[in-house]
Design a protein around this ligand. Structure first.
Ligand code: NAD
Length: 354
């Protein structure tokens, strides 16, 4: 039976980068003899325009049935009226809820060809290969909110089960990597963090004592990500800390256009998307960097389709294409000739031998 992949291109540069991701996915599937069925559906602003809602029933049904979802990006100025009753971003929140994805994975890797694009010195970037695992559905973003004229509160809460399930994903992924987990909390101040730390200590002592565990406070983590980034392997943390640290970590790699993400549920079925948005400033020009999307395809192959060798091959092809000199505008020095979205996709396909 074919593996079903839902393809939701979305808005802005979403369709442009998704087209290249799909070309690479189809080529990789042909190379490895995988039987995939790709089905497209609407999400975000494009869905609002077509049927008045950002996550139509048809898209929901497809995503529930699919083994994995590949998403471009949603949103844009056309739909950004704060008074509007429907907004594209709601489609994304509904999609995450429908799939039950609670662990957000963001790998950050540096390659010599892009050291110059990062604000950090090259010697600090050497050997950086971090997988940030962020809890996605709990914590302060989802707690009770209350606002009065001169007073407001946001409640942060976590249950043992919510903490344990994301720690398990982090630990299992570490076993596939360099076997080190850094758990980040604020246990010197917050009760949720004290629970997080005690659950972590207990779980790793009883089930993952083959892994090296480091626990650090979030303020120290923010500093160490810049002063010793190569020391991290898997970094796991709660929702808000993860939100902030993933953006900080993304600067290590140079461009936002390079970074992929995966959001997984308990069965490792997932949602795979580049971390960038719909980039309305460059949409329609054919100059967006498709590498974040192509690397998201690699994550789809690694985590949902259990094809780690094929995923490695795609990652190698992306970095080889860049090292050979193909760069989209965001990766090029000012004034140099840059490749189009399509040409970047072509260069990756060539390196793949497809
Ligand atoms: P953005 O990520 O779209 O763009 C930020 C900057 O990075 C822009 O200058 C853009 O041109 C550049 N950029 C982003 N991706 C690029 C790529 N692949 N290649 C080259 N350059 C790239 O963030 P924004 O401008 O804050 O948001 C634009 C819209 O996207 C908003 O409507 C926002 O809500 C939405 N958004 C969606 C998602 C998502 O779908 N997951 C995530 C973030 C933002």
């Amino acid at each position: 039976m074919a593996t079903l992949i839902a393809v939701l291109a979305g808005d802005g540069i979403g369709p442009e980068v998704t087209a290249e991701g799909v070309r690479v996915l189809e080529a990789a599937a042909a190379l490895a003899g995988l039987n995939l069925e790709l089905r497209e559906a609407l999400i975000g602003g494009a869905a609002i325009d077509a049927c008045g809602e950002p996550f139509p029933g048809e898209t929901r049904a497809l995503c529930r049935e699919a083994d994995a979802v590949l998403l471009g990006a949603v949103g844009g100025p056309k739909w950004s009226d704060p008074e509007a009753s429907v907004r594209p971003e709601q489609g994304l929140l509904d999609l995450r809820a429908a799939m039950g994805v609670f662990a957000n994975l963001r790998p950050v890797k540096t390659v010599p060809a892009l050291y110059a694009a990062s604000p950090l010195r090259a010697e600090l970037l050497e050997g950086v290969d971090i997988l940030v695992v962020r809890e996605l559905t709990g914590g302060i973003y989802f707690g009770r909110k209350h606002r009065e004229v001169d007073w407001a509160e946001d409640v942060c809460s976590y249950s043992k089960e919510e903490i344990e399930r994301v720690l398990r994903i982090a630990a299992e992924l570490a076993r596939e990597r360099r076997r080190k987990v850094t758990s980040v909390d604020k246990a010197n101040v917050l009760e949720t963090s004290r629970l997080w730390r005690s659950v972590t200590d207990r779980l790793f002592a009883s089930e993952y004592d083959d892994l090296e565990l480091e626990t650090i406070l979030v303020d120290a983590a923010a500093m160490h990500l810049l002063s010793r980034p190569a020391d991290f392997d898997v970094l796991v943390t709660e929702n808000m800390f993860g939100d902030i640290l993933t953006d900080e970590a993304s600067m290590l790699s140079g461009s936002m256009g390079m970074l992929p993400s995966a959001s997984l549920n308990a069965e490792r079925r997932g949602l795979f998307e580049p971390i960038h948005g719909s980039a309305p400033d460059i949409a329609g020009q054919g100059i967006a960097n498709p590498c974040g999307m192509i690397l998201s395809v690699a994550l789809l192959l690694r985590y949902t389709l259990k094809q780690p060798a094929l995923a490695d091959e795609i990652e190698r092809a992306v970095y080889a294409a860049i090292a050979a000199g193909t760069r989209t505008r965001d990766l090029s020095a000012a004034g140099t000739q840059s490749a189009s979205t399509r040409q970047m996709g072509d260069a990756v396909l060539e390196q793949l031998g497809a």
